[in-house]
Design a protein around this ligand. Structure first.
Ligand code: SAM
Length: 367
């Protein structure tokens, strides 16, 4: 009989347990009564959404609908679709639901479609099948991660930078708009950039992936300002973070492992530098979306606050925060949002709708 090497291969303090201890200590204070239910949800199986691939010939939507799914983007309460309004950083204007219903419709790309199973239904999606041209019909992702792409509001002819793009779920969502004139996708990790290339090849026809309309790079995004400034209409800054759900569920590649302590400690600084680089890369009038998949205040609101301050101090760039309340109002049946967040919006995991966490904050360059 072979004796198990359990004691040798399993650390005394697995990273998942360290993550839970850390979250219990910080989120109980930060989220108060919301933490116990978010905690249960984070420790349970996550729920996926299927981002439909408009480039595929197969009509997978009908098939998915027949299985009980619905497109949560098109099938919302259209009466309650207000437009995104600006919000002053010093005097945030929080609109009530009644106010929100009085505003004109929200401008969202009609081409981004994402289907989910109903609330409380935890059926899993089957893997997507290739069509006659070997393109896959849908991409599985946390449905809440489509929200920053929708809220970025890409319009016809825009140039777009996706600064931390791999493995490419949000890049694919942005491409579904079919409105982008030029897309620049970057990720500092060479191996993850290779994965991103493969994802694009599996979902997007070759004519859309030429040098004229797409550039793929593996630069350190914090240095982007040294390469290109005042250029892009839209910039997505989807930063590396403590990836709370992964950190609680997987010991492999976990940022709470002892040998990654330094990397974890540096995260807020790296996030700040990436957001500042994204702000510099946007053109005046351009819009920047900052997003994470953590509930951490230090990695979310604090980073945005500092970036707004430093953009003005260091680069003379004034920014306004775009109010995303209309968006949360529109998708309130599908996701649980943290109420009354002073800056940005956050999808908080819940057993009945186990999506997120996703934090997002949209900035607009005034100068
Ligand atoms: N946007 C991606 C998606 O939707 O599939 C997920 C991005 S993931 C949250 C963060 C990414 O940032 C990782 O792929 C990581 O390699 C990359 N990253 C980390 N540091 C970076 C840096 N300094 N510059 C650019 N990318 C970086």
């Amino acid at each position: 009989r072979v004796k198990e090497k359990w004691a040798v291969s399993h650390p005394k303090h697995p990273p998942t347990r360290l993550a839970l201890q850390h979250f219990d200590a910080t989120y109980a204070v930060q989220l108060g009564q919301l933490w116990p239910s978010a905690r249960v949800a984070l420790l349970s199986e996550r729920k996926y959404g299927a981002l439909l691939n408009n480039f595929s010939n197969d009509d997978v939507l009908a098939e998915l609908q027949a299985n009980g799914c619905r497109d949560f983007i098109s099938n919302t309460d259209t009466e309650a679709q207000p437009c995104l309004e600006q919000e002053s950083i010093d005097h945030p204007v929080k609109k009530s639901d009644d106010d929100a219903q009085q505003l004109p419709p929200l401008q969202l790309s009609p081409n981004i479609k994402c289907v989910v199973f109903p609330r409380g239904d935890i059926t899993r999606f089957k893997p997507a099948r290739p069509d006659a041209y070997r393109l896959l019909g849908y991409y599985l992702l946390d449905a809440a991660s489509v929200l920053p792409c929708l809220a970025l509001d890409v319009q016809e002819g825009h140039s777009v930078l996706d600064l931390c793009a791999a493995p490419g779920g949000k890049t694919l969502a942005l491409l579904q708009t079919q409105a982008i004139r030029f897309l620049c996708v970057n990720d500092s990790s060479v191996s993850r950039t290779l994965r991103l290339r493969k994802v694009l090849q599996s979902y997007v026809p070759k004519p859309f992936l030429t040098d004229q309309n797409l550039r793929i790079t593996s630069f350190d995004g914090t240095k982007w300002g040294e390469i290109e400034r005042n250029t892009f209409d839209r910039v997505l800054v989807d930063v590396p973070c403590t990836t709370d759900r992964h950190s609680l569920m997987e010991d492999d590649n976990n940022i709470f492992s002892k040998n990654r302590t330094g990397e974890k400690r540096r995260l807020p600084q790296v996030q700040l530098e990436l957001l500042l680089a994204g702000i510099e890369a946007a053109c005046p009038g351009g819009e920047i979306m900052y997003s994470t998949c953590t509930l951490s205040h230090i990695q979310n609101q604090s980073v945005v606050e500092q970036a707004i301050h430093l953009a003005r101090e260091m680069h003379g760039i004034d920014l306004e925060v775009v109010d995303l309340k209309p968006l949360t109002h529109m998708f309130r049946e599908t996701f649980h949002f943290t109420p009354e967040l002073p800056l940005g919006e956050m999808v908080i995991p819940h057993l009945a709708a186990n999506f997120g966490p996703i934090y997002m904050c949209k900035l607009r360059r005034l100068t």
